[in-house]
Design a protein. Sequence first.
Length: 301
Amino acid sequence: MAKVVTVFGATGSQGGGVANALLEDPKFKVRIVTRSASSDKAKALQERGAEVIEGNFDDASSLERALQGAYGTFLVTQHSFEDPDFDQLEIKQGKAVADAAKAAGVQHVVFSSLEDVQKIMGFPCLHFDSKAQIEEYMKSLGLPLTVVKYPGFYDNYLSSRMVQKLEDDTYEIAYPLEGAGMHGISVAVDAGFAVTAIFKNRAEWLGRTVGFSAEKLTIQQHADILSKHLAPRVFKPSKMTSDEFSNLPFPGAKHLGDMFKFYRLGNPDHSPELTRQLYPGTRGLDQWVADNKEALLNAMS
Ligand SMILES: NC(=O)c1ccc[n+]([C@@H]2O[C@H](COP(=O)([O-])OP(=O)(O)OC[C@H]3O[C@@H](n4cnc5c(N)ncnc54)[C@H](OP(=O)(O)O)[C@@H]3O)[C@@H](O)[C@H]2O)c1
């Protein structure tokens, strides 16, 4: 009989990739949790066979319904930089899902965590530190856990946020990495198949942490790849430092600046080898850009 896996965030990037890959595997029955069962994304998943539970991280009874009878669950927690206490809310919500998974006797929890930057580096990165605290709580409950860590999504290039067209018609990539390398992956496809492989091989992956990555590239290398495939457009890295980025006037700039500083100085542990062991089809940026050329051109038009 197919095993039920409850996917949180299935109408979003990480959970969407996981739900998509699980739906292709007859060993699993996908249950998704959404605040709006009538949204286009929820309905599209339902049409492909997903069971849809209307729920909310803030509603314990909906978490109970979502996890009742589930074999596994994929959890990615959320935060809104508009909320000054976003990290505390994220921790509260993540712990509520952990409690519900424990109560329901879920046999395999795959949690999308991130590093405890405060502990490792001595400076905070609140949307990372919050996930590390949830991970610690899950461990303290003795949940049957596999921890995954996502690097920067290649898919961020499909929204125009990280690329800006300058007056000279060149395109500037905003990642303020100051020459350092950054791990990356396709969140919508490749990472989802890697998570599915973890659910398929519980005994091998239980108790382990996997930092996903297709490869580690500098932003100059990103620029060269984008320029090659999207010519005649020319891409180049921003010269901004992470500290300058932190001072930009938008909500979350400080926390994202902290994140880029951590990427640069903390050398977070991501493994292309383990990622390809899980999903041999994991594409590097060059292949991903080639595969998404039309969508990228639309996003940057
Ligand atoms: N962007 C990157 O490069 C990157 C890299 C690594 C990690 N991350 C982390 O990724 C996380 C965001 O994940 P994502 O990009 O996959 O999210 P996303 O695409 O923004 O989608 C958000 C998802 O969360 C669900 N959701 C939001 N609030 C909820 C609530 N109160 N109760 C239940 N579900 C709720 C939404 O479902 P409905 O709207 O259907 O309810 C939706 O499916 C962040 O924590 C970030 O730190 C991002």
